[in-house]
Every structure is written in structure tokens, then in C-alpha cells.
Design a binder for this molecule. Structure first.
Ligand code: DX5
Ligand code: ZN
Length: 220
């Protein structure tokens, strides 16, 4: 089995986003990771549905939106219209996760939940059967370029075990500090989709870096 690579646009050169996306897409990356921050849930601000919509017209990649926002409800409709394929919200931001899951799905998007490093993974138990994606944060959300937290591999292992035991269908994604040193360990723990921001867009040869991760295998 081959991993999914989701280069994170947060680390791209914002003066030429279309060309940066073209490079990773031509190199074979299947997903584009879109970090949406609202300056409330995290102390940083990025971009919104307008940019996502513009990029939609120049890319066929799967758009993997990661909403680090205080009120995910408010973003569902605009992200659907903008062409997001996956809509992932934070469990820490959700008062009524079941309702958000239903709304995302009825809008026609795939639904993911993300979890911060300090949140216990077992809080996701009631929702696992309904999810298309679980996004394990391996850094504190808010900024690219931070160091990978190896303890988070326990969460991906746990998710992989639950998935097999119960026949769940969610994809296990890991986000934060992923690079050549830890990508294999992440895949060995059960991760199927790797988010990589600085490792990919900060590389001298971006396309070569994309191919490195795509050439890794998942042995299971
Ligand atoms: C952090 C974001 C990540 C970030 C990853 O809050 O969710 O997606 O862009 O960047 P790197 O790979 O540089 O840690
Ligand atoms: Zn992210």
C-alpha cells in the first residue's frame, strides 16, 4: 500500500500559490492540505474560502481542509462552495460534534475530526464509526515548522487498532513536523496520509521531496 501525501500550503510561497500547487500536483501528491486558522482557536490567521475557491480552478487534487477555527459550523457552506473535499474540524472546538458531522456530510463533503496533542484520543470513540478521516496533530496547532512529537504515534496506533477491530473506514492522517526522519515511523504506526509543510515546500527540489514520501510503502 502507498501513502497519501498532503503537502500543506501553509509553507508554500504565497506570492505564487498556483505555481506551488502545480509543482506538488505534477510530482504526484494526491491531496492538498489547507490550514484554515481564525486567530481565535489558534493564535494565527491564514486564509479562507476565497483562496480555496481560486485554487480549485487550477487543481484536481483532493482538497483537504483543516479548520482550526472556533466555530466550524460557520465555515461548512462556504467551504463546500469553494470545492473542499474533506472538511476536518477540531474536537476541542465542537460543542455538538454529531451535528457538525451530519452537516458536513449533508453538504456533500467528507468529514474529519482533528485532535490536539494534549487531548485524550478516547474522546473520539463515539464518533469513529461516522468519520471519513481522523487527523492526529503531532505539533500544537497554529504554526508550521515545529518539531514532531513522537508520543503522538501512540494515538495513530490506537486508531489503527480500533479501525481493524471494528471495521471502521476512516483514513488516519498525521500533521505537524513530518519529515524524512519520522515519516516511516508514522506509517508503521498506522498513518495512511502524511501532511508535510516545511519538509516539502522548504525543500530545494520540491518535486523530488514529494516523490520521496510517495515512494514509501505501508507494510500491513
Ligand atoms: C499546523 C498545521 C500544519 C502545518 C504543518 O497547525 O496544521 O498543517 O502546516 O507544517 P509542518 O509540516 O511544517 O509542521
Ligand atoms: Zn494542518
Amino acid at each position: 500500500m502507498k501513502p497519501i501525501l498532503a503537502p500543506s500550503l501553509l509553507a508554500a510561497d504565497f506570492s505564487c500559490l498556483d505555481r506551488q500547487v502545480e509543482i506538488v500536483e505534477k510530482a504526484g501528491a494526491q491531496w492538498l492540505h489547507l490550514d484554515i486558522m481564525d486567530f481565535h482557536f489558534v493564535p494565527n490567521l491564514t486564509f479562507g474560502a476565497g483562496i480555496v475557491s481560486s485554487l480549485r480552478s487550477c487543481s484536481d487534487m483532493v482538497f483537504d481542509a483543516h479548520l482550526m477555527v472556533e466555530d466550524p459550523f460557520k465555515f461548512i457552506e462556504s467551504f463546500k462552495k469553494a470545492g473542499a473535499d474533506y472538511f476536518t474540524f477540531h474536537i476541542e472546538a465542537a460543542e455538538n460534534p454529531d451535528q457538525i458531522i451530519r452537516d458536513i456530510k449533508s453538504a456533500g463533503m467528507r468529514c474529519g475530526i482533528s485532535i490536539k496533542p494534549s487531548t485524550d484520543i478516547s474522546v473520539l470513540l463515539p464518533y469513529l464509526a461516522d468519520l471519513d478521516l481522523v487527523l492526529v496533530m503531532s505539533v500544537e496547532p497554529g504554526f508550521g515548522g515545529q518539531s514532531f512529537m513522537p508520543d503522538m504515534l501512540e494515538k495513530s496506533s490506537w486508531l489503527a487498532a480500533e479501525k481493524v477491530k471494528n471495521g471502521y473506514s476512516y483514513i488516519i492522517e498525521m500533521d505537524g513536523g513530518i519529515n524524512r526522519e519520522n515519516a516511516k515511523k508514522a506509517l508503521a504506526s498506522g498513518v495512511e496520509a502524511l501532511v508535510a509543510g516545511s519538509a516539502v515546500f522548504g525543500a530545494e527540489d520540491i518535486a523530488k521531496e514529494v516523490r520521496y514520501y510517495l515512494d514509501l510503502t505501508i507494510d500491513r
